[in-house]
Design a protein around this ligand. Structure first.
Ligand SMILES: O=C(O)C1=C[C@@H](OP(=O)(O)O)[C@@H](O)[C@H](O)C1
Ligand SMILES: C=C(OP(=O)(O)O)C(=O)O
Length: 433
């Protein structure tokens, strides 16, 4: 069988009917959180339904490089086991290359300040443009002299060892929530704990809720006043044991979107109303556009209907904005998406990428620095879609190809960042429907 991941491009064959139950991979965000936590824990941690993707594997390998834990990755059983070796965390002699794994590198920047010795964290070309300056400023206030080697706030980042003891600091929340999460994850094992004040309007808030949920689940007490101040006492100990990771809500979005654009039905088991993953909010957006949905112990089900454009602030669910934009291309009327300025600093500039690629399909998209307006109503036409080494562009536009003939996705292998078996699951829609 052809491995789509290795092809220069793949043409999506349209699908007329869809009625499927889809098993998506474990959450990237929870896998990253529990891996980082396990890397600070003195007990063994076993993650079930853990995501084995490029980003989580890079984080696992980075933890191993600090020499204090063994990390066993069993992709077959979707299990990751992290076992402390009873040695201190020690910076590796060479720089750690984190590819374009944004969440992992940002979590590691703070963790590295707990290790012995100087750590250098770097990444690929795009990563070397991604912003980390706010996190460096917060660490500097805590007395950690972490710095961008080229003085531009981006990797490579150099972090001095044995430098983080805790204290009070402020974090600018307007660019990425990952900085707040990073500080919260390392805070409990510092000597003094951390009092954190978030300044500016925090983006991607649900990810901070996920961090706090992960900390509490592993035995950590966190005090908070909404999204403005967080207090974590030092000298706490993370609890190990077995942890089940829920399905990935961002990965789920492509299949729910398929139901929306085809007027079909898709059910995602294992995720429901109790989830802290903000991307679950896309379900309500689809309902507002004309779909019907249920969310209960069986999972989330979306059934497509005639679609109409909406106005929506996606600041709480940035990763599914490309998914919604593609669905909006098939809706009657205009969809106005706001609150998405930080889409410009993700794996690619996702505002420009979505506008350019939908443009190739004959769909007009107006953009500003932090908004996108998709003008639906004209049936999109087939096009060769560039993916900019961005998994979410590849997966979102694959959905368009289920309805529009002639959609070709270039470099489909980029999905490995968060969803290595995406194409397999996507092809599975045909057997199912
Ligand atoms: O904490 C996390 O797991 C993530 C936070 C979000 O980033 P920002 O806070 O930078 O928007 C999101 O885009 C990313 O894919 C995962
Ligand atoms: C933005 C993303 O990832 P990260 O910031 O972790 O690289 C993403 O997965 O869409």
């Amino acid at each position: 069988m052809t491995n789509i991941l290795e092809l220069p491009e793949t043409e999506i064959v349209p699908l007329r009917e869809l009625d499927a139950t889809v098993k998506v991979v474990g959450s990237k965000s929870y896998t990253n959180r529990f891996l980082a936590i396990a890397g600070l824990c003195h007990e063994q941690t076993v993650l079930r339904n853990a995501l084995h993707s490029q980003d989580t594997i890079l984080l696992a390998e980075a933890l191993r490089a600090f020499g204090h834990v063994d990390v066993d990755l069993d992709a077959e059983s979707a299990t990751i086991t992290v076992t402390p070796l009873g040695r201190p965390m020690r910076a590796p002699e060479t720089a750690i290359d984190m590819g374009n794994a944004g969440t992992p590198i940002r979590f590691l920047i703070t963790m590295a300040a707990l290790a012995e010795g100087r750590t250098v964290l770097t990444g690929n070309t795009r990563m070397r443009e991604r912003p980390m300056g706010h996190l460096l400023d917060a660490l500097n206030t805590l007395g950690v002299d972490a710095r961008a080697v080229h003085g531009n706030g981006s990797p490579p980042i150099e972090i001095p060892g044995s430098a983080l003891v805790g204290g009070s600091t402020r974090i600018d929340g307007t660019v990425s929530s990952q900085f707040t999460s990073s500080l919260l994850i390392s805070a409990p094992v510092t000597e003094k704990g951390v009092q954190l004040e978030v300044v500016g309007d925090l983006v991607s808030k649900p990810y901070v809720d996920m961090t706090i949920a992960a900390l509490r689940q592993t035995g950590i007490a966190v005090g908070r006043r909404e999204f403005s101040t967080f207090t974590v006492d030092g000298g706490q100990r993370y609890r190990g044991g077995e942890i089940a990771v829920e399905p990935d809500a961002s990965g789920m979005s492509y299949f729910l979107a398929a139901a929306a654009v085809l007027g079909g039905r898709v059910t995602i088991p294992g995720i429901g109303p109790g989830s802290h993953q903000g991307d679950v909010g896309l379900v309500k957006a689809f309902v507002d556009m004309g779909c019907t949905a249920t969310s209960d112990t069986d999972g989330i089900t979306v059934t497509g209907g005639p679609l109409t454009g909406i106005d929506i602030d996606m600041g709480d669910m940035p990763d599914v904005a490309p998914t919604l934009a593609v669905v909006a291309a098939f809706a009657r009327g205009r969809t106005h998406i706001t609150g998405i300025g930080n889409l410009r600093v993700k794996e690619c500039d996702r505002i420009d990428a979505v506008a350019t690629e939908l443009g190739k399909m004959g769909v007009t998209v107006d953009t500003t620095q932090d908004t996108m307006t998709v003008h639906g109503g004209t049936e999109p036409r087939g096009a060769v879609i560039d993916t900019y080494d961005d998994h979410r562009i590849a997966m979102a536009f694959a959905v368009a190809g289920l309805r529009t003939p002639g959609v070709v996705i270039r470099e489909p292998g980029c999905v490995v960042k968060s969803f290595p078996n995406f194409w397999e699951v996507f092809q599975g829609l045909r057997g199912n429907g």
